[in-house]
Write a new protein. Structure first.
Length: 211
């Protein structure tokens, strides 16, 4: 796939847009990316909605990362090594109108929810996005203001000061009957245990460990 654009969101977080070539995928799926001639490849959730003619991925550059650092330096016209799409972290379209969704993400784990929210405009959802600092609210203007809550753990400039578990402890899950979790494994374990202890049906929780 050929690179179309790279844009920075923060000093270390960026989006790569590249050719889709009419490849079908479901919002919430992931792909595997790398550079030609390099055996190192990594999984990234698709960030772009299914209606767009391109793919986008949201990447956090890791200081010791073998792929995230190299992908940050690709230019328009460069070729990416690609495989996929894969995964089942998706929406059951048959029941889309009868469910209320709560999406909980940490950091760049918000990527699949960006794709899902953009792919299903009539979806009834709310997003809890856990970050350290408010500047990590990646493209929050994409979401309706009443559907996105920024939980900032290290400063008070978000919508809620604290972790997503703190928010859930004080606010609960609202009207949600399905919860999707995507992010670091510690958050997923903590939120899962909190929800189940509070009586939420574990069969109605879907998880994707993002890093």
């Amino acid at each position: 796939m050929r690179v179309l654009e790279v844009r920075d969101l923060t000093d270390s977080t960026y989006i790569v847009r590249f050719e889709r070539n009419d490849l079908e995928f479901k919002a919430g799926q992931h792909i595997i990316l790398g550079l030609p001639g390099d055996h190192q490849m990594r999984e990234y959730s698709i960030y772009s909605p299914t209606s767009e003619p391109y793919f986008e991925v949201l990447i956090k550059e890791v200081e010791t990362g073998l792929v995230s650092r190299r992908l940050h330096w690709v230019k328009k016209g460069d070729i990416l090594k690609f495989d996929g799409p894969f995964g089942f972290f998706t929406i059951d379209e048959k029941n889309i109108d009868s469910n209320n969704y709560l999406f909980i993400a940490t950091g760049t784990g918000i990527a699949p929810f960006h794709s899902i929210a953009g792919s299903y405009p009539r979806l009834n959802y709310k997003i809890l996005h856990g970050v350290r600092y408010a500047g990590e609210a990646y493209e929050r203007s994409f979401y309706p203001a009443d559907r996105y809550v920024l939980c900032a753990s290290r400063e008070e400039h978000g919508d809620f000061h604290g972790r997503v578990t703190d928010y859930l402890s004080s606010h609960g899950t609202g009207q949600a009957n399905l919860v999707y979790l995507c992010g670091n494994c510690e958050m997923i374990y903590d939120v899962y245990d909190l929800l189940v202890a509070g009586g939420f049906n574990p069969d109605h929780i879907k998880t994707e460990v993002y890093f």
